[in-house]
Ligand binder design. Structure first.
Ligand SMILES: Cc1cc2nc3c(=O)[nH]c(=O)nc-3n(C[C@H](O)[C@H](O)[C@H](O)COP(=O)(O)OP(=O)(O)OC[C@H]3O[C@@H](n4cnc5c(N)ncnc54)[C@H](O)[C@@H]3O)c2cc1C
Length: 466
């Protein structure tokens, strides 16, 4: 009882001011560095981004452990940074905090049968994909090279191969985790099985993963290719496209990602289609989309190590990019016309031309063959699509209009989502949502686990379960 009361009193209460790292350097490995700057590790979005007093660039998994132990002993708030793409406003580390930069631990290796990949906590999607390609194996990563592999996977992990193999969390085999009590433990179905469930959907609330083992899928040279690329449509096709995307038979081999973009000064719809198979099979599967009449078709057979190249422009770090996400069960064409209008009005403001609307359409064949209770990702059986409104600009004077744009678009999506309650993939959430919007029906169980595993709320930076 006393412990719980103490936890309640301490949660989220940290000493203000600068960070005193005296003594930490002696604990770290020789290649680790401690940098006294708030700009030591640039982020994808500078909007409401963490502004730590100190960045610790770790060089070994043990460095993560000793840094967390140091922070715990001195009551210093901390945040692990991996690919630096988390945009949630709940990441709010200030000058009194330490950013644990995982970029220095990113080794990737395979077992001899190529059925398991082991990668460290700071490995980006590009690190995993490039090593997998070199090892003739496929891994269920996200679709942007620059994102932290575990940053995406610990929330669920959406990607092109999930129709065939499931979410990233469905492919994890074990995790090495630095815990809120400052220990380094193995978490797997047979070791801390409750934490194993919670980490796979709510991971950053319970520890820092220093390395993970995941399933991988050996592939021959044909299996290391897919048919994919962009189809371009004019803005008058919004309703027809939404109708077609909503009705298409999304086989396990298929996925789509749609963008509203300004290109060469004109608004366009760019729809990336992906088919794990031949061009003929892909074109046949996407026939209802072709029937709408793209004005350009840049699809081709593409090697695995280039599947994500189309997203590289979206990887650019810096500028302000407040982003609002919403999960959808269905696509309402009229709503999407209003979304187009809202987006165009904002993107035509000078300096905001890079702003985009994104719709992720992934096959749910394999994820839905797995039980809802398998992991803490809560929307396996309800959400079919993930939509995001990203305002992108450099000048903070646009913050107010950007937030109005993002929340207006999110309200439009929510009004016709087809869901019984608002449900947003945690990695796409803006940060102002009720916790039930991101944790769904698992909120109660996760809160109990948080109280047991992190009673002093050491991990408070990412949709904190307090
Ligand atoms: C351009 C872009 C493309 C995206 N594409 C996809 C996609 O294809 N699929 C998808 O599912 N999502 C995607 N996302 C969303 C993405 O999953 C989230 O933004 C995610 O939080 C980014 O992880 P990160 O490591 O890059 O960011 P960070 O900001 O470094 O991390 C985000 C959060 O995860 C925590 N974290 C990261 N690594 C670890 C670790 N090893 N152990 C414990 N906690 C950790 C951090 O502490 C932080 O709280 C994309 C986002 C962007 C901006």
């Amino acid at each position: 009882m006393l412990k719980l009361l103490l936890a309640f009193l301490l949660c989220g209460i940290f000493v203000d001011g600068s960070v005193n790292t005296k003594g930490l350097g002696a604990l770290l490995s020789p290649k680790a560095t401690i940098v006294n700057t708030s700009s030591g590790a640039p982020r994808w979005s500078e909007f409401d981004a963490p502004t730590p007093g100190v960045v610790v660039n770790v060089a070994t998994e043990h460095d993560v452990l000793v840094t967390v132990q140091f922070c715990i002993s001195k009551n210093i708030p901390f945040l692990a940074q991996n690919g630096a793409h988390g945009w949630s406003t709940t990441l709010n580390l200030k000058q009194n905090g330490i950013l644990v930069n995982l970029a220095g631990i990113k080794a990737v290796s395979f077992n001899s049968a190529k059925t398991q990949v082991t990668f460290q906590g700071g490995a980006l999607v590009s690190d995993v994909v490039n090593t997998s390609y070199a090892n003739s194996a496929l891994v269920t990563t996200g679709t942007c090279n620059c994102v932290g592999t575990l940053g995406a996977v610990l929330g669920a992990g959406f990607g092109n191969l999930m129709g065939l193999y499931g979410f990233g969390v469905d492919n994890l085999l074990s995790l090495n985790v630095v815990t809120p009590s400052g220990t380094h433990i193995a978490v797997s179905p047979s070791s801390h099985s409750d934490l194993w469930w919670a980490m796979r959907g709510a991971g950053p609330n319970f520890g820092i993963v220093t390395s993970a083992v995941m399933k991988s899928y050996p592939a021959n040279s044909t299996g290391l290719t897919a048919w994919n690329g962009p189809l371009i449509f004019t803005g008058d096709k919004v309703e027809a496209l939404m109708e077609a995307i909503g009705q298409i038979n999304l086989q396990a081999q298929m996925s789509m990602e749609m963008f509203f973009l300004i290109s060469g000064g004109s608004p366009i719809i760019l729809l990336t289609v992906f088919y794990y198979g031949t061009e003929a099979a892909g074109k046949s599967a996407f026939a209802p989309i072709y029937a709408i009449g793209p004005i350009a078709d840049e699809t081709a057979i593409v090697p695995y190590n280039q599947w994500n190249s189309g997203g590289d422009a979206f990887c650019t770090k810096g500028d302000r990019k407040p982003s609002y996400g919403a999960g959808l069960a269905e696509l309402d064409p009229t709503t999407w016309r209003s979304v187009w209008d809202e987006w165009l009005a904002f993107a035509q403001i000078p300096g905001a031309e890079e702003s985009a609307i994104i719709l992720d359409v992934y096959s749910m064949v394999k994820p839905r063959a797995i039980s809802d209770s398998y992991s803490a990702y809560p929307f396996r059986s309800t959400v079919n699509y993930n939509a995001i409104a990203t305002a992108w600009y450099a000048n903070s004077s646009l913050d107010g209009s950007a937030e109005t744009f993002g929340s207006n678009v999110r309200n439009l999506w929510r009004s016709t989502s087809g869901l019984s309650s608002n449900s947003t993939y945690i990695n796409n959430a803006f940060g102002d949502e009720d916790l039930s919007v991101v944790y769904g029906q698992n909120l109660g169980r996760l809160k109990s686990m948080k109280a047991a595993y992190d009673p002093f709320c050491r991990f408070t930076q990412w949709f904190p379960l307090k």
